[in-house]
Design a protein around this ligand. Structure first.
Ligand code: PRP
Length: 215
């Protein structure tokens, strides 16, 4: 049996669906059910190379794969677009579907007037590109946590963020102004690792593709 392949998995909203997908693809994911504080877990497979799952924050998934310390990673398209990097985006896992949106307090006329506009976000690069595509030169304020707070606190006129159910916006009096693009989780692959482990990685991709289609 070949060496394990290290895969970085984003903790948080994708975690449960991701575990179910890998289980459908034939991996024994029982170690991920109660991971405790341990951060690396073996996911054996009866026929394919074992995966060593590295539980990470979403932006770190991209860093680990770009730098080659993990051959593979699963991260949202939002994080991938924000960070970019030298890796292949190999597969849409069709998990964690949501919309990247521009939102503002109900009644706020964000697009009118020539005044200075401020947008709070965890995704400054994506936001800057989108707003400059609209010809807007807004100030981007980087926020690490719930950016829905920013308009409530008077820190920003609008936000950009991922919207899944819409509950967070609704409960904080915000409405979507523009749906910027749809998002799902993707499998990313380190360029050098793909050269070295192509057969094993193609085999995993095929198993995940089949599992994603049966969701
Ligand atoms: C995300 C996002 C929104 C919320 C949207 O945060 O930043 O705050 O989910 O989801 P909803 O439309 O279903 O309400 P997440 O819960 O992933 O936590 P985070 O702030 O730690 O990124």
């Amino acid at each position: 049996m070949s060496q394990p392949i290290r895969i970085a998995l984003a903790k948080g909203r994708l975690e449960k669906q991701c575990r179910a997908l890998f289980a459908r693809a034939g991996y024994d994911c029982s170690a991920l059910e109660n991971p405790g504080r341990r951060l690396i877990h073996a996911l054996p497979h009866p026929e394919a190379a074992q995966l060593d799952a590295v539980l990470s924050k979403a932006p770190d998934v991209v860093t680990y794969v770009s730098r080659g310390v993990c051959a593979l990673g699963v991260a949202g398209k939002d994080t991938i677009m924000e960070q970019g990097g030298p890796f292949y985006e190999m597969l849409d896992l069709k998990l964690g579907a949501c919309r990247f949106s521009l939102a503002a307090p109900k009644g706020e006329d964000f697009f009118s007037g020539a005044g200075h506009k401020r947008v709070a976000t965890k995704y400054p690069e994506v936001t800057r590109r989108y707003l400059s595509g609209l010809g807007m030169d807004a100030e981007i304020i980087r926020i690490e946590g719930s950016c829905e707070l920013a308009p409530l606190l008077g820190l920003a006129d609008a936000i950009t963020d991922i919207v899944e159910t819409g509950d967070t916006l609704r409960e904080n009096g915000l409405v979507i102004l523009r749906e910027m693009f749809p998002l799902t989780a993707r499998l990313i692959v380190n360029v050098a690792a793909y050269k070295l482990r192509r057969k094993d990685i193609d085999c995993l991709i095929e198993a995940l593709r089949r599992a994603a289609e049966t969701c």
